[in-house]
Design a protein around this ligand. Structure first.
Ligand code: ZN
Ligand code: ZN
Length: 307
C-alpha cells in the first residue's frame, strides 16, 4: 500500500492546526496500557461507602439506585469560596465496581445522559454559574484515578476563553451565512469518509482536523444548544451511538475522555459530545508549537468505527 502523504489541516472554526501523518500510523496498539493497583481501602464510589449527606441526585429502579450524583469531596471550586467560585459533583454511573460504561446496556447509558441533563438543568438555575461541563475520564492516560465508572460535573462563573472564541466564530459564520456552522458541518460530514453513522436524529463522525487518534463527535441533528433540550428519542440514539464508539475503543484498550459541548447561555451553540481517546502523548512539537501531530487519519478512524 502506498504511504499517504502528511497533510496540515485547520479546525472547522478555531484557528488550530493539526498535521495528519497517516504514513507514520502504526497498528493501533501493541502494549497493554493500564496498571490497576489493588485497593488497600474500600472504593469511595461503592454503595457501602456512600454517605447519604453527600447525595445530590439519584436515578433508581425500585428501591435501589443505579446512578447517583454526589458532592465532589476534593473540589477545586466551591459555592462558598468567592475566590474560586463554582460547583463540582461526581456522577457514579453504576453500583457495580468493575463494570465499564461500554458494557452498560443502552438504557444504562441513556440514564447517564439523563443525569447530565438533570444536573445541567439544576445548576443552570444558579445565575452565578455561567459554564457547566459534564465529562468523563476513563483510564489512567485520561486522568482517571478510580476505576469505578463515574463522570464529573464542573461548573464555574468563567466561560473558558477557547469556548468564547468558538462562540464568536460561530456567531460571525451565522451573520455571514445565516446558518449555524455546525448544522452545515454535520450536513457535509455525513456525506464524507469521516462519517461513523447517522440516522434521522443524530450524526457521528470523526472531525476533519482530529487532534487525537480515533477522536469522534456525536451531534443531535436538530439545532439545540444544550443537553437539557434533547428529547427521549434523541437521547436513545445518542446513547446507542456512544455505546458503539466506546465498545470500539475498548477493543483498542484506549483511555479516553468525553465531554459535552454545552454552553447554557448561548443559543447559537450547537450541543455535541466530543470523545477524545488518549493514545498519543503530546510531546515537544505539541507543547512547543501548539501544532498537533496525529498519525491516525480521521478517515481511517471512521472506517474502523464503521466496520
Ligand atoms: Zn467501587
Ligand atoms: Zn446548529
Amino acid at each position: 500500500m502506498p504511504i499517504q502523504k502528511s497533510e496540515i489541516r485547520k479546525a472547522y472554526l478555531l484557528d488550530k492546526y493539526v498535521i495528519i501523518t497517516p504514513g507514520r500510523a502504526k497498528r493501533p496498539r501493541d502494549i497493554k496500557e493500564e496498571t490497576i493497583v489493588s485497593r488497600t481501602e474500600p472504593c469511595p464510589f461503592c454503595p457501602e461507602k456512600i454517605y447519604q449527606k453527600n447525595i445530590v441526585d439519584k436515578i433508581s429502579s425500585g428501591n435501589k439506585w443505579h446512578i447517583l450524583s454526589i458532592k465532589n469531596i476534593f473540589p477545586a471550586v466551591t459555592l462558598t469560596n468567592k475566590k474560586a467560585y463554582g460547583s463540582q459533583e461526581v456522577i457514579i454511573e453504576t453500583p457495580d465496581h468493575i463494570k465499564e460504561i461500554a458494557d452498560f446496556n443502552s438504557a444504562g447509558i441513556e440514564d447517564v445522559l439523563r443525569m447530565y441533563a438533570r444536573r445541567t438543568e439544576k445548576l443552570s438555575k444558579n445565575k452565578n454559574l455561567d459554564y457547566i461541563l459534564c465529562f468523563k475520564n476513563q483510564g489512567s492516560k485520561a486522568g482517571a484515578s478510580i476505576i469505578h465508572s463515574h463522570s464529573q460535573v464542573f461548573a464555574t462563573k468563567i466561560i473558558p476563553p477557547v469556548l468564547r472564541e468558538e462562540a464568536r466564530l460561530a456567531e460571525s459564520y451565522n451573520i455571514k451565512h445565516g446558518r449555524c456552522p455546525y448544522c452545515d458541518i454535520i450536513k457535509n460530514e455525513i456525506k464524507s469518509k469521516r462519517k461513523i453513522c447517522s440516522d434521522k436524529l443524530i450524526a457521528a463522525f470523526t472531525p476533519y482536523a482530529s487532534e487525537y487518534h480515533y477522536e469522534a463527535w456525536i451531534f443531535p441533528r436538530r439545532h439545540l444548544d444544550n443537553i437539557t433540550q434533547l428529547n427521549r428519542n434523541e437521547i436513545k440514539s445518542i446513547a446507542g451511538t456512544l455505546k458503539i464508539i466506546l465498545k470500539k475503543l475498548q477493543v483498542l484498550d484506549l483511555s479516553f475522555n468525553f465531554y459535552l459541548h454545552n454552553v447554557i447561555t448561548d443559543k447559537h451553540q450547537h450541543f455535541y459530545i466530543k470523545i477524545q481517546p488518549r493514545d498519543s502523548v503530546w510531546a515537544g512539537v505539541e507543547l512547543g508549537s501548539g501544532l498537533v501531530i496525529n498519525s491516525v487519519s480521521p478517515e481511517e478512524a471512521a472506517k474502523y468505527y464503521r466496520k
